[in-house]
Design a protein around this ligand. Structure first.
Ligand code: F6P
Length: 465
């Protein structure tokens, strides 16, 4: 079994407080992949340095995962992380062309940092290692490594959506980015929708030979394979969190504070792709339509801040706070407040407890590569009294959790009416239906877990001729 070298922008450094909501799904998934396969995880420390030196800080965790991190300069962080990655690619890949910033300096910073990642990671790669690069921050990294003589098997996985061709072509030098991607041997996407968009681009804009059966994309005599690998959660590990006192206490605290009201939960990084203001509009619509039900339902939104140096993130936070205040102002009684907004991350144990104590989850991103909160919510449910998942049809997870209309309740996250309507259905859903929907979803969540995802991707990397 070859050793794994995982490279991603962010690395979950061992012993950091596990604020699952804040770090997104990627860190947890990669930690699980490395625990199972052994190897090294390279990335940015999240720290700033005066002058880039490339010096690597190693930490070995008790579960055998070695992390190797570098610090970046202020200008790198501005142009690469806040700039090209999160002000250009992130909004564009989430179909938010209105928020996408096209700055020349961002592009240069992105190339520079990818070069720095490649130079720093190069000495860590041994002859037979499998190199697995993650996410939109590092698309050109494979090409940079190839130019430095790396001939290892290399794969890339995109954790976000891939946008339709007519949006993607708004990116200056879009072709250069895709050409760089084609230096990997294997490209992974979260589902068929994003995969098809990518293959369509290659065919239409690059004149590639595309084999839709096998995912082979051939340009200038070089073939790369592109396939869908829906990411899952570390099911057993997450379930084990539910055995802890911390999880039980968290659940009890929530139940004690909500008393006779049904708790409905949302957990998201505070990101405009997550549809939080639109979700609040749906909740406001529900309370407008059914004012008496303010005594039946309490909504708890956990939304840890994210990418706070970027203007669009500051704005989304203000908007969310205003909307929450408006709902509470209009609908509260002296003894009842309809919405609780928690602006900080929680441990996985706490989240497990909150999920289990909540009889409805509202997961309504406007666009999402996958969304692991939806899967964690299902995993945390009591099979004898499970809650209902209300899920955006635009989350990658909808493909798996719809279960032919018999799993999650799918909604249009842009429609306040649709959200309100489905909250009413979820609130009044009989136990038998809740159980049958849960039983369908739990099979997928349990079976199509992160171990399966890793095995499939690595298995395919190994099998490539
Ligand atoms: O899944 C998308 C992603 O950008 C990950 O790459 C990242 O770890 C997570 O969201 C959280 O974002 P950030 O690293 O910018 O805090």
């Amino acid at each position: 079994m070859p050793r794994l070298v995982v490279i991603s922008n962010r690395v979950a450094v061992p012993k950091a407080r596990g604020v699952a909501g804040a770090q997104g799904g990627l860190a947890g998934a990669l930690n699980a992949a490395l625990r199972a396969n052994g190897g090294i995880w390279f990335g940015w420390s999240g720290q700033e340095t005066e002058e880039f030196s490339g010096s690597i800080n190693y930490v070995k965790s008790s579960d055998g995962v070695t992390t190797a991190t570098i610090d970046l300069e202020h200008q790198d962080i501005e142009e690469y992380y806040n700039g090209y990655a999160n002000s250009t690619l992130w909004p564009l890949f989430h179909y938010r062309i209105d928020l996408t910033k096209y700055e020349r300096e961002f592009g240069k910073g992105y190339e520079r940092v990818n070069e720095r990642f490649a130079e720093s990671a190069l000495p860590l790669i041994d002859k037979d290692d499998l190199v697995w690069v993650h996410d939109y921050h590092l698309m050109p990294l494979g090409e940079r490594l190839r130019s430095m003589g790396v001939e290892n098997r290399m794969g890339f996985f995109l954790h976000t959506p891939w946008p339709p061709t007519n949006l993607f072509v708004s990116l200056p030098y879009h072709e250069r980015l895709v050409k760089a991607l084609l230096h990997y041997d294997l490209l992974g996407f979260q589902n068929d929708v994003w995969l098809d968009s990518f293959l369509h681009y290659c065919w239409k804009e690059m004149g590639a030979d595309v084999n839709y059966e096998t995912g082979e994309v051939t340009v200038d005599g070089r073939t790369t394979v592109a396939r869908a690998y829906p990411i899952g959660i570390d099911f057993d590990f997450f379930r084990s969190k539910g055995e802890t006192g911390e999880a039980r206490q968290a659940g009890q605290r929530l139940l004690a504070s909500t008393r006779h009201r049904t708790a409905m939960i949302g957990v998201d990084r505070l990101d405009y792709s997550k549809g939080l203001p639109e979700r609040m509009d749906g909740i406001a619509r529900f309370f407008d339509r059914y004012p008496e039900r303010v005594r039946d339902l309490v909504f708890i939104q956990i939304a840890p801040p994210s990418r706070e140096d970027i203007g669009s993130y500051q704005l989304i936070r203000e908007t969310l706070e205003q909307k929450t205040g408006q709902i509470n102002g209009a609908r509260s009684e002296v003894d009842v407040v309809p919405v609780r907004y928690v602006n900080k991350g929680q441990t996985q144990e706490e989240l497990f407890g909150y999920y289990r104590a909540s009889k409805i989850a509202l997961v309504t991103p406007l666009r999402d590569g996958m969304n692991l909160v939806a899967k964690e919510y299902v995993a945390a449910q009591d099979p004898d009294d499970p809650g209902v998942l209300i899920l955006s049809r635009f989350a990658g997870a909808a493909q798996q959790l719809d279960c032919d209309g018999e799993g999650a309740l799918l909604v249009n996250p842009h429609s306040a009416d649709d959200i309100s309507h489905h909250i009413r259905i979820a609130l009044d859903m009989p136990l038998e239906e809740r159980k049958s929907r849960f039983e369908k979803m739990i099979v997928t969540v349990r079976e199509e877990n992160v171990q399966r995802w890793t095995e499939n991707f690595i298995g395919d990397m190994n099998a490539l001729g």
